[in-house]
Design a protein around this ligand. Structure first.
Ligand SMILES: *Cc1c(COP(=O)(O)O)cnc(C)c1O
Length: 495
């Protein structure tokens, strides 16, 4: 049986189902499995497989205590007609390179890939504490896209509730409306005075509060869990699209089985790109994974110097979902590269907590750099990248994908290794910035911007986004960081 334990200790051992239900380890670490990489996903017939069939192979290797029937049911529910493209994550040519569209799900951001299936995974777990009435409440801090994708995934899901906090004034009009208009009897949304890291840190504190946990369990039959990419059930579905990209390259006869591929990944919390590393450990021929950051380039500095330092100015940029100074999932990558040394990880994370920084040994950095490349784009470069990509390829990208596009253009191309840029959001989620970049009118509302963009580029806004203009706003609370705990307790009571 494959089991999971914390990146910071091996004392507790959990099944995949338990790890998914729990979200984060008691010591603050992230759940990892030491068997990762021992079995490989068979690439033999992958070119003829559907996304759903590939998902069954990949998830079966990563979550073996789910039966094949359970996984199949989860996959069929999660990757059905709510996706606007039958390939789920279609691969398209982009000049000499390729773009993997991850945004054709119900909320137009790549987080749908994971958050459409996570509630289905959770529904197939059982209460750990012996309380048959136990309900799970998902608690999430969002820099913009996670919140809506989680709300859409968990709305009205049996046995669950969801509370989402987003930083006030730091998400786009479309992103905010996506969250505040969410329907469902088990959902709650509040804006928080602070930035994403403040909100995320407060959520982590709430998770670590034993006294609150006991109170919620006793009074409301509620246990808290996470839908942030620290949840292993959030991470593993993302491994699937790396295999799907490979299958599509094979289908399009760009590569032969065994050829290496390079991925360029717009990154914030390090979840998307970590999934690519998991794919590599599962046998996918990945040559390099390139981290593309925005102006909050803490990962770029780490990968070039070995020193991770969050003590730096925080920039609110036009790619808000990547405005992150603490990349939580880096902890999992460090765990695997450090030969599963929980003591080292524990020490580094203590340094991060106490001093806001840590430094990894030189040999460790060298090993990491062998696999991970890096680059970053400032906001002018992001705008230019959007314009350049449209001019050269007649393809519109959003400001997150544009960070990756810019970084890819800076890299020397190797004609023997195809490059795949992961596209993480629909440009229609950020129509104002896209219009400004393309020299189009950006003076009206986000919705007017959408119409201008559609007209000028011959593309079409996703109906769910365009329809937000007339949707009812259900949530308007704005609270302080210190009020978040009470808000959570209140929502739990009402569940
Ligand atoms: C969340 C997000 C990212 C960053 O993904 P991570 O898994 O946090 O690295 C990039 N782009 C968009 C649009 C996102 O929503």
């Amino acid at each position: 049986m494959i089991t999971f334990h914390s990146t910071r200790s091996t004392t507790d051992s959990l099944t995949a189902k338990q790890a998914i239900r729990k979200g984060i380890a008691d010591d603050g670490g992230l759940f990892v499995s030491d068997s990762l990489g021992q079995t490989h996903v068979d690439l033999a017939n992958i070119a003829s497989k559907s996304y759903q069939e590939i998902a069954l192979d990949v998830l079966g290797a990563l979550l073996p205590d789910y039966t094949a029937d359970e996984l199949k049911a989860c996959i069929d529910e999660a990757y059905g007609s709510q996706w606007s493209d039958p390939a789920i994550t279609p691969l398209k040519p982009l000049g000499d390179d390729f773009v993997l569209e991850l945004f054709n799900g119900p909320t137009s951001a790549f987080k749908d890939v994971a958050l459409q299936i996570l509630p289905r995974f959770m529904a197939r777990t059982t209460p750990a504490g012996g309380d048959p009435d136990e309900k799970i409440m998902i608690l999430t801090a969002t820099s913009g896209d996670t919140g809506k994708a989680a709300l859409a995934g968990f709305a009205d899901a049996a046995g669950t509730g969801i509370t989402v906090f987003y930083p006030e004034g730091k998400v786009s009009q479309v992103q905010e409306l996506q969250m505040t208009t969410q329907t469902g009897s088990n959902v709650k949304v509040a804006a928080v005075r602070g930035n994403f890291d403040d909100a995320q840190s407060a959520v982590k504190r709430i998770f670590g509060d034993r006294e609150l946990a006991d109170r919620l369990a006793a009074d409301s039959h509620v246990v808290l869990s996470s839908a942030n990419s620290i949840n292993v059930g959030r991470l593993v579905p993302q491994v699937v699209y790396y295999f799907s990209a490979y299958a599509q390259l094979l289908q399009q006869q760009i590569i032969n089985t065994g050829d290496e591929v390079e991925f360029v990944v717009p990154t914030g919390n390090f979840g998307d790109i970590l999934a690519g590393y998991y794919a590599k450990l599962l046998g996918l021929p990945v040559k390099h994974l390139v981290v593309a950051s925005d102006r909050n380039n803490v990962l770029f500095d780490f990968l070039t110097t070995g020193s991770y330092n969050r003590n730096r100015p925080f920039f609110q940029t036009i790619s808000p979902s990547m405005d992150i100074l603490i990349s939580s999932n880096l902890e999992r990558m460090l765990y695997y590269f450090a030969e599963k040394d929980t003591r080292l990880i524990s020490m580094l994370m203590n340094d991060l907590k106490n001093y806001g920084c840590y430094e990894v040994p030189e040999e460790l950095l060298a090993k990491i750099r062998h696999v991970f490349g890096c680059g970053w784009a400032n906001e002018d470069q992001v705008r230019q990248a959007i314009a350049d990509c449209w001019k050269k390829n007649r393809y519109v990208i959003d400001p997150h994908t544009a960070c990756g596009y810019f970084v890819m253009q800076q890299m020397p191309a190797d004609p023997l290794t195809p490059r795949v840029l992961l596209s993480t959001a629909s440009p229609y989620k950020f129509p104002r910035v896209v219009n400004e970049s393309l020299g189009l009118d950006a003076t009206g509302t986000d919705f007017e911007c959408m119409d201008v963009l559609a007209e000028a580029t011959g593309t079409k806004a996703p109906a769910a986004l365009r329809g937000l203009e007339t949707a009812d706003v259900r949530f308007s609370d704005v609270i302080g960081i210190d009020e978040m705990e009470d808000f959570v307790a209140g929502t739990a009571e009402a569940l």
